[in-house]
Design a protein around this ligand. Structure first.
Ligand SMILES: [Ca+2]
Ligand SMILES: [Ca+2]
Length: 204
């Protein structure tokens, strides 16, 4: 009986030591990268069903000791709003330490900074319908890219497909060019006058 108690006490002590060691060896929890990627621009028409950035996946250094507090993250738009996080979900599997932030409403047109408050690490993503080349401006070059992909002159990589599929139907065709023209001219009800240049990322 006595030996069980000793083994039990020792196990608890070793477990405690391991926890302390893990805490001292691991780097502080912070953001490494994100999907959508830092600096990327979402180009699809927000009026399409379920279009928009509804969630952001954050790849973290580790999730050690994190209990899923959404309040550790702050989402700030260039319009000056604090965007509500519906839920923050942590997944620590196969060496990946991932936090998924899910929003009740998709991120608005503009730039949005996502900050992990304890580490101040952050990423900034943009939303500008029609910005197929992701340079933060809606220009004729975007129309050219959409046409090039639609006509098969530009390789239809996953990224190209995603950025030139303005109407979000899964393929790049002349309909995406038409949608671009609608957005460019402010005719699709999204914004009139249309937003053609992304503002700067909001400060931390
Ligand atoms: Ca552009
Ligand atoms: Ca399309």
């Amino acid at each position: 009986m006595k030996s069980y108690i000793i083994v039990g006490v020792l196990s608890v002590a070793i477990f405690g030591l391991n926890l302390a060691r893990a805490e001292s060896v691991l780097p502080a929890m912070s953001i490494i990268r994100s999907a959508p990627a830092d600096g990327s621009v979402y180009s699809a028409d927000l009026l399409q069903p379920s279009a928009g950035i509804w969630s952001v996946t954050l790849y973290m250094t580790n999730l050690f000791g994190w209990r899923g507090e959404a309040s550790d993250f702050l989402v700030k738009t260039s319009g000056g709003e604090i965007w509500p996080i519906e839920r923050a979900q942590g997944v620590g599997l196969f060496g990946a330490n991932v936090v998924v932030l899910v929003f009740a409403e998709p991120l608005p047109i503009g730039r949005t900074r996502i900050i992990h408050l304890p580490s101040q690490s952050n990423v900034c993503v943009g939303v500008l319908p029609g910005d197929a080349d992701g340079n933060g401006r809606m220009l004729s070059a975007d129309a050219s890219k959409i046409l090039a992909v639609a006509n098969g002159f530009l390789s239809d990589t996953f990224d190209d497909n995603l950025s030139t599929d303005i109407n979000r139907d899964g393929q790049t065709t002349g309909a995406d060019y038409d949608k671009f023209i609608d957005i460019f001219s402010g005719q699709n009800g999204q914004r009139n006058p249309p937003v053609r240049v992304l503002p700067a990322c909001p400060a931390i």
